[in-house]
Design a protein around this ligand. Structure first.
Ligand code: CO8
Length: 258
């Protein structure tokens, strides 16, 4: 669709697909690829033609982590000056739903990228993990934080300290993975879920995401205040009138995103 080097994008029926496309190196995330991913996400976030985004990887992995070739020669001053993490922070600010479809490996930065999405759908053959410890470093794009919020401290430490691979089944049992599928059904099921969200009122989806994100990182009272404000705000939308009228008139609502 557009002029990207490391990713492929397309839009169909208001669902945008972003696919990591460096299959020969298992979609190792070089800086250019991360910049392109967030550029595409922000482009689709602004587009009236897109309501939901899907992120996946081409080839036999989702992504086997940050590009070790690129990173190996870096020093702390390079990180300070280039600030590669600024791109990662922008992913958390995307307003539309982003569903990640993981098959094969999601390791290191690949796992962090999946965790930065709103949900992970995974093939039952997928494997997750943070092997950074095995190469003398640690996660740097949210892995220690997001995994701990999902698993709690002792379980998170076990995975982070050992660098062991977590099966998709285990990730599903932890609640890291929302839906587990047969490998051949992964994209179909992810798309079907995305298409379901396309029919929902976009403003509700957006404000629900904002309120849920608040619940993850802020005290209950702050989250309750935001939830209430967002609830009030939705009563200014045409979709609220349409949704409630459709219920009262016993028909299907036709949401416009206004
Ligand atoms: N970086 C660069 N190249 C990679 C990476 C990687 N992370 N992973 C795989 N590749 C390359 C291999 O070098 C190989 O290339 P070539 O064919 O030219 O030799 C090709 O992909 C295929 O890989 P393998 O032959 O190794 O395939 P296997 O099936 O034998 O093994 C594994 C697959 C287990 C995934 C193995 O490739 C592996 O261990 N990869 C590295 C995993 C890893 O350590 N990931 C963590 C990286 S560090 C990180 O993510 C920190 C994140 C910090 C935030 C980001 C800040 C910018």
């Amino acid at each position: 669709m557009s002029d990207f080097t490391f990713i492929r994008t397309s839009v169909k029926d208001q669902v945008a697909s972003i696919q990591l496309d460096r299959p020969k190196v298992l979609n190792a995330l070089n800086r250019g690829m991360v910049t392109e991913v967030i550029t595409a996400m922000e482009m689709f976030d602004r587009s009236d033609d897109v309501k939901v985004m899907m992120l996946s990887g081409k080839g036999r992995a989702f992504a086997a982590g940050a590009d070790i070739d690129e990173m190996a020669g870096d020093g702390p001053i390079d990180f300070e000056m280039n600030n590669p993490f600024a791109d990662w922070d922008r992913i958390a600010k995307v307003k539309k739903p982003v569903i990640c479809a993981v098959h094969g490996f999601a390791l290191g930065g690949g796992f962090e990228l999946a965790l930065a999405c709103d949900m992970i759908f995974a093939a039952d053959t997928a494997a997750f993990g943070f092997p950074e410890v095995n190469i003398g470093v640690m996660p740097g794009a949210g892995g220690t934080q997001r995994l701990t919020k999902l698993l709690g401290k002792p379980q998170a430490l076990e995975w982070l300290w050992t660098g062991d691979k977590m099966s998709a089944r285990k990730a599903y049992d932890y609640g890291v993975v929302t839906r587990l599928t047969a490998p051949e059904l992964l994209f179909e099921e992810t798309e079907a879920f995305a298409r379901r969200l396309v029919k929902q009122p976009p403003l509700s989806l957006r404000l629900i995401k904002e309120a849920v994100d608040k619940a993850v990182d802020h005290p209950l009272d702050e989250g309750m205040q935001l939830e209430r404000k967002n609830f009030y705000l939705l009563f200014a939308s045409e979709d609220q009138k349409e949704g409630m009228n459709a219920f009262l008139e016993k028909r299907r609502p036709d949401f416009k995103g206004k």
